[in-house]
Design a protein. Structure first.
Length: 508
């Protein structure tokens, strides 16, 4: 009888599955990584944030995965991996449209919000072109010794006191595998959710939404006269958000000539536009957004249109006796604020630490706490995005509420870079004793007052977000960290050292 240790099995080889598999491998566990398809393959979820890239750096250092570090900034990515496509992301650009009308030319910029994430291209964030990015990480996992098997169709999962048995087929032959512990990285409504019949948890106050998306070529730039003056960054070197009543369109440009674009909208708007019709629904949408239609006038979809009849999802259960869902499998809100990547990386980091600290046990301790934190962070993100959907007919309120996200994210990034992660205990500061309750209160309010939002942000604003003279263009200015160092409990020399570590040149 074999006494070999049963492997830790990861289901799903997107970036999250490959990362957690590599972490477990580095920790000395036997690991099997299973994939239903083959790489390279299409995947959605592409736009990073400063916190995303900081977490990538932390994971690289903490778990001895140094090849991840160059992928945390545009400059080092282009230097070390020019063969791998990605997009330049200097910030978040929001444009508020009226359906059926061209975007207004307005020197007061009343229908715009630009929030800078980096002061220069070389330290900027990126859009991950997932066919290249995910394939790269799978190859790295294999190089580290992870047992990778693709084209596996899993049909059943059976739990017992001594393990988990997986059955299915691979290349036309029966496939069977016993796991000591299983991590599901297969995405929303993924493998374990389906096979174990896990219940779905309703998202309180979140509108039912649908999505339609594809990849395109020959997408033209927007007219420069839409942005009078000198924007804090090139507006389309960003995550582009085209808002309208009941929905929004994203446009992300990669450096290989491909553009990712899609729309998420409430059921009412989605049904009126016919999003379930695919290409016809996309064309219906463009007819309602003339300025965007001009950009896509010569564009061609190079992937099939994918319709997602229900976007938001939350599993009622996150962990079991011998399994855990990564945050990407436990729930998905909406791509509106690019929250998926940091939520997932936080979960990977926490689960990696549980595996490291479990003293060799097959099942790590602390799964209940992992599930609790995963749920709390996800529901905080969902509450904010729900409030933003309710505000799409009032752009001033939308802008105010969005600053809750940018304030929490920039504060958290600065605190972690200063070695003060205790100041930012959770995503969106949802576990903070003062910011957390205020965030919940403001997101639940039907019409939260601007003053209350600014009051909540002020103690955590290290990015000049409460400086009304900047509205609606907020640059990423390292000098703000000097001005607000006291909020982080930091001295000017500590700020200077941190900026130097990040590769930023700060003013004297």
């Amino acid at each position: 009888m074999s006494t070999a240790r049963p492997p830790l099995v990861v289901v799903g080889s997107g970036f999250a599955g490959s990362l957690i598999a590599m972490i477990a491998q580095r920790l000395g566990r036997p690991v099997v990584l299973l994939e239903r398809g083959r790489h390279p393959r299409f995947a959605i979820g592409e736009s990073t944030t400063p916190l995303t890239n900081l977490l990538l750096e932390e994971i690289a250092d903490e778990f001895d995965l140094p090849f991840l570090r160059p992928l945390s900034k545009w400059g080092t990515w282009q230097r070390d991996h020019p063969e791998m496509a990605c997009g330049l992301k200097r910030g978040f650009t929001f444009l508020r449209h009226e359906l059926g009308r061209p975007f207004p030319l307005d020197r007061a910029r009343q229908n715009q919000l630009l929030v800078g994430a980096s002061p220069a291209d070389r330290v900027a964030d990126t859009h991950w072109y997932r066919p290249d990015f995910d394939h790269f990480l799978v190859r790295q996992a294999v190089a580290l010794g992870v047992d990778y098997r693709d084209e596996v169709e899993l049909a059943s999962v059976t739990e017992s006191t001594d393990g988990i048995r997986l059955r299915g087929a691979r290349h036309g032959r029966p496939f069977e595998l016993n796991a000591g512990f299983l991590i599901d990285a297969s995405g929303q409504r993924g493998f374990l959710h389906r096979r174990l019949g896990l219940l779905e948890k309703p998202l309180a106050g979140f509108p039912p939404t649908q999505a339609l998306f594809a990849h395109f070529t020959n997408v033209a730039p927007l007219p420069t006269d839409l942005f009078p003056g000198t924007p804090p960054y090139p507006p389309e070197d960003a995550a582009m958000h085209h808002l309208f009543d009941g929905g929004w369109v994203w446009v992300l440009k990669f450096n290989n000539g491909i553009t990712s674009a899609g729309v998420a909208a409430t059921d009412e708007v989605a049904d009126r536009l016919g999003l379930r019709l695919g290409a016809a629904g996309w064309n219906n949408l463009l007819r309602e957004l003339p300025t965007l239609a001009d950009s896509f006038g010569s564009a061609s979809a190079i992937t099939p249109f994918i319709c997602q009849p229900r976007v938001a999802f939350q599993s009622a259960t996150v962990t079991g006796p011998r399994w855990a869902l990564l945050p990407s499998a436990a729930g998905f809100v909406d791509p509106l604020l690019s929250t998926g990547f940091p939520l997932t990386l936080l979960g990977i980091q926490r689960l990696g630490r549980l595996l490291r600290d479990s003293a060799g046990a097959e099942v790590p301790d602390g799964l209940a706490d992992y599930a609790s934190v995963t749920t709390r962070e996800f529901e905080a993100a969902a509450a904010l995005v729900a409030a933003l959907y309710r505000s799409m007919n009032d752009f001033n309120r939308f802008k105010d509420l969005s600053l809750l996200y940018f304030a929490a994210a920039s504060f958290s990034e600065a605190a972690r870079r200063l070695g003060r992660a205790d100041l930012a205990p959770n995503f969106l500061l949802c576990g903070h004793p003062t910011f957390g309750p205020r965030l919940r209160e403001l997101c639940a309010a039907e019409n939260p007052p601007t003053g209350r939002i600014r009051e909540a942000i002020a103690p955590f604003d290290v990015a000049g977000l409460t400086d009304r003279s900047r509205d609606p263009w907020y640059p990423a200015d390292p000098a703000d960290l000097y001005r607000h160092a006291a909020k982080l409990g930091a001295s000017e020399p500590e700020i200077a050292a941190m900026l130097a570590r990040c590769g930023l040149v700060a003013p004297a």
